[in-house]
Design a protein around this ligand. Structure first.
Ligand SMILES: Nc1ncnc2c1ncn2[C@@H]1O[C@H](COP(=O)(O)OP(=O)(O)O)[C@@H](O)[C@H]1O
Ligand SMILES: [Mg+2]
Length: 226
């Protein structure tokens, strides 16, 4: 049955960081196929909000659902299963530098329950194609540019076909032109139906890639009118 449930829904959520409330009364939905920018100053609480969504911080007050999991009633044992349903991309690339690209990706597949070598090989080829790096399987991370490494990280986040991709300043360490490549990859992924929630400092993106904007400011999250 086709589901119209939001992929992500927060309702009167309070976001805590280090025992202190950083965002209060946060309410918004992200639907299948949405592209949402999360903007706001450094220290405004963007990362704290995203961490709450992938259960690095607990939701202590209010309710939240993501990819079919209830955040307020989540148990530690649920966290790995939740993270299989969402893709996460950070600013720093976090590839294993001692193994090639294919082995980096295979490591994640094995860790998330894949066993069939042929299926793993197939899926690795698919995600590398998706980010435009179909020929780099055997390269070591240090042989890739920063932008290519970050595309591998995006490919890695897509391995288990997440319903939503959460990206925390994914272009923050990249040259502007390279950041555009990452944006193009995100657009492709989004066009195939995966929702994207992306924290960014780069206001040029808001002009070039019109999408929903959530602004984090003064302890609140506000939907910005178009
Ligand atoms: N691990 C932490 N422990 C305590 N306070 C933190 C921690 N990480 C961030 N903070 C504080 O929480 C607030 C929100 O930070 P953060 O969510 O990282 O904002 P942003 O991602 O928008 O820059 C800031 O005041 C920051 O100093
Ligand atoms: Mg941050």
């Amino acid at each position: 049955m086709f589901s119209t449930e939001p992929v992500l829904s927060l309702n009167q959520a309070d976001i805590y960081q280090g025992g202190r409330i950083v965002l209060g009364d946060v309410t918004f939905d992200v639907n299948k196929g949405d592209f949402v920018f999360l903007i706001g100053r450094t220290g405004s609480g963007k990362s704290s909000l995203l961490k709450t969504l992938y259960a690095d911080l607990w939701l202590q007050s209010g309710t939240g659902h993501i990819a079919g999991f209830g955040l307020e009633k989540l148990k530690p044992k649920d966290v790995p299963y939740l993270r299989r349903k969402i893709g996460i991309v950070f600013q720093d690339f976090q590839l294993f530098m001692d193994r090639n690209i294919e082995d980096n990706l295979r490591f994640v597949l094995k860790a998330t329950g894949w066993t069939d070598p042929a299926k793993m090989k197939n899926r690795i080829s698919e995600v590398l194609m998706q980010v435009g790096l179909g020929t780099l399987h055997k390269k070591m991370p240090h042989q890739l540019s920063g932008g290519e490494q970050q595309r591998v990280v995006v490919a890695r986040a897509m391995l288990n076909e997440p319903m939503i991709l959460i990206a925390d300043e994914p272009t923050g360490n990249l040259d502007p032109a390279v950041g555009e490549q990452i944006m193009n990859v995100f657009q492709t992924i989004n066009n195939s139906g995966t929702a994207i929630l992306m924290a960014t400092h780069n206001y040029d993106f808001l002009r070039k890639y019109p999408a929903r904007v959530l602004r984090v400011e003064d302890g609140k999250v506000i939907e910005q009118g178009l």
